[in-house]
Design a protein around this ligand. Sequence first.
Ligand code: F0G
Length: 465
Amino acid sequence: MPLSAASDLGSNQQTSQSAAADASCMFRCIGCDATAPTAAQDFRCAHCGNLLEITSPAWTSSAVQADILKSTWRARRSSNEALDLSGVWRYRELLPNPALAQHVVTLREGNTPLYELPRCARLTGVPRLFAKHQGLNPTGSFKDTGMTVAATFARQAGCNWVACASTGNTSASMAAYAARAGMRSLVLVPEGKISWSKLSQALDYGALTCQLRTDFDGCLQLLQQLVKRAPVYQLNSINPFRLEGQKTQAIELLEQLDWQPPDHIIVPGGNLGNSSAIGKALLEMLEIGLISSLPKLSVIQAEGANALVRTVRETDGKRLIKVQPETRATAIRIGNPASWEKAVKVIRATGGTCEEVSEFEIAQAKAEIGAEGIGCEPASAVTLAGLKKFVRQGFVQREERVVLILTGNLLKDPDFTMEFHKGELPSEELNTLQSASLAKLRHPPIVLDATLDAVVGTLEQAEKI
Ligand code: F0G
């Protein structure tokens, strides 16, 4: 069935405060610029096969008054309407909207905190350092911000089945939103390469879960073929509705910063949908006049899954270099990122860059974020590791304001955390300096006899450290 991007929220759903008149959305090809009101199941351009994005004339400067948008969004924070309680649909003037507000599938996503990171600020020498913690979304990752929009349009299109390939978080999120919407969900994940805590979410939310003997890229390739054969609606980030919802991470961030753009936003890169979405939001906000300058958007990958980094360095961003991915940050264990061209465009447009970090640097940064009392999953920690490199390279100046996007929750990968604290991670050879720096961050559990003396003795030992 063709999927429409038409954006015509019924007039009975619009509040009198609505700042921008709703208008029709279109799918636009990122390769040949062809536009169409509908898209096929594979969400690829009918002319050149490239990926699609969603555009709307309602999101341009002539149609929108930035001040009215800001006050409308602020006012919605004190509303108890379902759409206003969502940290995604609150910004609906910059989203495709369904025909009826009742179609919206929401778990009150978004609304995530922006934390200061005082200890990491001291470590990096960048005093104005913040983390936008997307791991505090309903299913524990940023995926929920996109899934609410894509699931809404799937429900509106009358889909019975939704499907995704995943390194774990997408599947957890999709399964939850499908369950809320009364749709069935099919999950394709690489066998043995995703954390149990993510897989367990998909099971609990009722997904039909297939562990395929391949990697994420193999799962995604299979899904692309499946959507042409079976009536399933794909909810990977190739689906541009996902990226529209994910834009709101950046909108909410800027609102939290009173619309004063930071100098840098640093985000992990896997399939590269999220960096593309954040970049799209930044460019749209600049166009509309919500912000007056662009933060530099930079993407960090694991050394073992560095397709974007190699693509930019070795082909100047012109031809994708695929890699055989390997990293313990399993969420970004991806070698053939679907949205690489979108990511290259927004990195360039914002003056950002990309960088890779080692398994040691990821493990260290994750423990340092944990020591702040907020924690994150390994893939998110690449942002702090990348920032340290940027400071050393001079790309980030000490007086600049920097925001790290923490994409997933600490509890998403407890095995990594346990192995780290027990001294089993990272598994690579470390030099003395590296070992010493990690030793300070490790807090292994101590097994004791259940006596007062044993506990007091341990406390006294700890006092000396
Ligand atoms: N961080 C986390 C925690 C993720 O789960 C992902 C992607 C990324 C970063 C990278 O985002 O792919 O948009 O560049 N996880 C996907 C999944 C692929 O299936 O859950 P990206």
